[in-house]
Design a protein around this ligand. Structure first.
Ligand code: BGC
Length: 803
């Protein structure tokens, strides 16, 4: 195919000679394999799992039918089918026998609730009768209790809704209402009906296993602390084949090897960020600072006992022994060699995790931080694999934002650095070597950026708070002319651009973009001919073509600049449901992260990108890598982890996989987009240290390891500046410090002002630009041609990368 044939002509051509890759058997198989690898075995007493062949089981809970493949919003995917747990178990031939009357009851109830408009996961647990439960007891030896949960974009996992502005999509605000009805105490906890069902099961069964089909953290203390519950499998939201993947693990067709990437505590209030999560619609104070997730629970006095299942935790049907045989350091790196032996009687994989503890010093630190990790290959019983780990010493440095030692520098403070090697943040042994520093080392001297003005205090490692300097707040709505009424820009779609008269037959001697692609013309020469209007045109989203429904870039037909299309999202290629093309729904991002297997994540990225390409789309709006700051965030299912190293490594693997197909990845949402309620106005107030060590870190790793072609700035403001209007974020840090070479887009229909976004280095405004407003700002002397060219150039460079 010639360059840009797909994007220009939208041919209906499959990628393989033998047929389409989109939703192909191979891709669906990979989706299932990834799902199996990221599911986490939480408990398994007396070898209750895997279920012995022929076990008679009863499936309790509407979750056995009400399967949630992933979350809602732009991270949803149109599929031809999903397999729930019941389907999955039935597909295991004669592996188990199911008590059908009970399943028939749940099936009918769920069908009825769906018919009445309920979405999967937002259904009510039906009331179980004693007769059905007795019948189940008479038939079955093992009870499987299935719990499912759903959340989505535009709302958080609570009943709080914000309707502060005009909203053309009223369903964005009704979900909190539904949530209030279905989960009166919050979906973090079991509902009264779920508790009643569980009690009836416990009255009747000795062997109880729980299966969790959830997209984020919930209370699991009722599993851990109850001896009557023998086993639990955290199946996450596993994509279209999640139920089948769960069934294959439950019946022992495969061995679980997923590990948690978040800390599970018993109460939502155990997370320090919950107290002020809904304090205001307008701002969130990140007072817990760098003490997010296990950095909080493992460090702050009294927090350890709140943990139900720790970060990194996950069981297997087999057992492993770890033996650190060597550790050494060079000038810049730490190395470790660990022998991992499968000491049980089933083939399986283990994850080796290396944490460090830096000296408290003046800056104070979390007592554990993940430095590196590796997963073994499938080890047969008795087999050993030597795992080699290494990481840069500089990665252990802390950022001194207040100048306690040296302002705006990353510093390795003097003292002893200890290492902990094991299979979760708790289950470790101290390394056979430490690193001793006799003096402080500055690893990087930076400049202060994105400094908070109104965050009053932040947590320290002993649980006390230190006061932060207060300065004048920025007025984020300042604008040289009147701003649009918030919400009126929502959903405006870009106009279609026509060619000049006769251009169909003759381009009137205009220099053509294909000549740049073919090396016959420099990009500078090509751009010289573009008028200011042409340049401004390039800085806004372009109309949908083909099956796209999230708009595109480019589209200067007179100059042969094609229109290249975008599509969501992290769980798979999402295209308009009306075009009747189903795609592969991959497991949710959190499950993918729980594989601790970047190679597998890269394969998912590669396969997903092929579907993107086959459908003539050029940029895939994935991965989403925001930190799981708080379990209430409605979009956590789309994000990887509470830990920035995991988020960064998984995101980088995904980008590598996608871009290996010459499809652009769009890493989002940059940055500190950790709450959905009022997401277009909410100000994340966060210290520069927490930004750099936690919230920006994943993006930094991705940029440095995989150089994504695009990054999507987030809706929210950070320390009083909208992300899309933030020069320090987009130019000084992203491009200046990290060396990002790609293009930045806004998120779709931000409340940012277009001219301010251009000035900040946010190259394209999506879904549409506002050319007249940009022109007006130019007339008022706010913006010059040089700034337009700067951004337009990056749009053209992106298009040049597309096949
Ligand atoms: C979401 C993005 C998504 C975009 C396009 C926005 O509402 O926040 O994640 O990529 O829409 O659908």
């Amino acid at each position: 195919m010639n360059k840009w044939t797909r994007v220009k002509f939208q041919p209906n051509l499959p990628l393989k000679e033998s047929g389409r890759v989109t939703a192909s058997k191979e891709h669906i198989q990979l989706s299932k394999e990834a799902a199996r690898e990221g599911m986490v075995l939480l408990k398994n007493e007396n070898h209750l799992l895997p279920l012995a062949e022929g076990t008679r089981i009863a499936l309790f809970g509407k979750g056995s039918f009400d399967y949630v493949k992933g979350g809602g919003g732009s991270g949803d995917v149109m599929v031809s089918y999903v397999h729930n747990l019941y389907d999955g178990l039935k597909m295991q031939k004669n592996a188990v026998q199911i008590y059908e009357p009970l399943s028939a009851f749940y099936k009918a109830d769920i069908q009825h609730q769906y018919e009445k408009g309920a979405v999967p996961g937002m259904t009510v647990e039906p009331e179980l009768t004693a007769e059905l439960a007795d019948g189940a007891k008479a038939f079955a030896d093992v009870a499987l209790v299935v719990i499912s949960r759903f959340s989505g974009e535009g709302w958080d996992r609570s009943s709080v809704e914000c309707s502060n502005e005009f909203n053309p999509w009223d369903n964005e605000t009704t979900m909190p209402k539904i949530s209030a009805e279905v989960f009166p105490d919050g979906d973090f906890y079991l509902t009264a009906r779920e508790k009643a069902m569980l009690a009836m099961v416990k009255e009747r069964f000795e062997n109880i296993a729980v299966v969790l089909n959830i997209g984020g953290v919930i209370d699991l203390s009722w599993i851990k602390n109850d001896d009557q519950i023998g086993a639990a499998l955290l199946g996450w939201q596993g994509g279209m084949e999640g139920g089948l993947a769960m069934a294959e693990l439950l019946t022992g067709k495969d061995n679980p090897s997923g590990k948690l990437v978040d800390t599970f505590a018993a109460s939502a209030d155990d997370y320090p960020s919950t107290a002020n999560f809904h304090e205001s619609f307008d701002y969130v104070n990140y007072t817990e600072d760098i003490y997010v997730g296990y950095r909080y629970f493992e460090t702050i006095p009294g927090a350890q006992e709140k943990v139900v299942y720790p970060f990194g935790y996950g069981l297997s049907y087999t057992t492993f022994a770890l033996d650190t045989t060597a550790m050494w350091e060079t000038k810049d790196h730490i190395f470790a060699e660990i022998q991992v032996t499968n000491t049980g009687d089933m083939a399986g994989k283990e994850v080796v995790q290396l944490y460090f503890e830096a000296p408290q010093g003046l800056l104070k630190k979390p007592s554990r931080q993940l430095a590196t990790f590796a997963k073994t290959r499938l080890l047969q019983p008795g087999e050993t694999q030597l795992i080699r780990l290494s990481f840069a010493k500089a990665d252990m440095a802390s950022y001194d934002d207040l100048g306690k030692i040296q302002k705006s520098a990353y510093i390795l403070e003097k003292g002893t650095y200890k290492f902990f090697i094991g299979t979760s943040v708790r289950n470790t042994e101290e390394g056979i070597q430490t690193m001793e520093l006799s003096h402080n080392i500055i690893t990087r001297q930076l400049t202060a950026h994105m400094v908070p003005s109104s965050l009053k205090e932040r947590m320290l490692s002993d649980g006390t708070f230190e006061a932060l300097p207060q300065t004048q707040c920025n007025d984020m709505n300042q604008c040289v002319f009147e701003k649009m009424i918030p919400g009126t820009e929502e959903g405006i779609t870009p106009g279609i651009r026509g060619c000049a008269h006769g251009a169909l037959f003759d381009n009137y001697g205009k220099k053509q973009f294909i000549d740049v692609a073919e090396g016959k013309l420099s990009l500078d020469d090509f751009m010289e001919q573009l008028s200011d209007d042409d340049l401004i045109h390039l800085l806004g989203g372009q109309p949908n073509m083909g099956v796209a429904n999230t708009f595109g870039f480019g589209n200067l037909p007179d100059y042969g600049v094609p229109s290249i299309m975008t599509a969501d999202g992290p769980a798979g290629l999402r295209i308009s449901g009306d075009c009747v093309i189903n795609t592969t729904a991959w497991p949710c991002a959190t499950l993918l992260a729980c594989t601790w297997n970047p190679t597998l994540v890269q394969q998912v990225g590669q396969a997903g990108a092929k579907e993107v390409k086959e459908n003539n789309i050029a940029v895939w709006l994935t991965p989403a890598v925001n930190i799981h700051r708080n379990p209430l965030c409605g979009r956590n299912f789309e994000y990887y982890s509470e830990d920035p190293l995991i988020a960064g490594k998984m995101g980088a693997a995904m980008v590598k996989g996608i871009q290996s197909q010459h499809i652009g990845a769009s890493v989002k949402h940059f940055a500190a987009n950790n709450k959905e309620t009022n997401r277009k106005h909410c100000d994340s107030r966060v210290s520069e240290r927490a930004l750099r060590e936690i919230y920006l870190k994943g993006f930094e790793i991705i940029v440095k390891e995989s150089q994504p072609w695009t990054i999507m700035s987030s809706y929210n403001a950070i320390n009083g500046h909208r992300a899309s209007e933030n020069h320090e974020l987009l130019e000084d840090i992203l491009r200046g410090e990290w060396g990002f070479e790609g293009m930045v887009t806004t998120d779709w229909w931000t409340r940012g002002e277009h001219y301010k976004e251009i000035k900040a280095g946010n190259d394209v405004k999506m879904g549409t630009g506002f050319p007249e407003r940009v022109k007006k700002a130019m007339e008022m002397g706010q913006l010059g041609r040089a700034e337009l060219k700067h951004c337009a150039r990056r749009v053209l460079e992106l298009i040049l990368k597309i096949d």
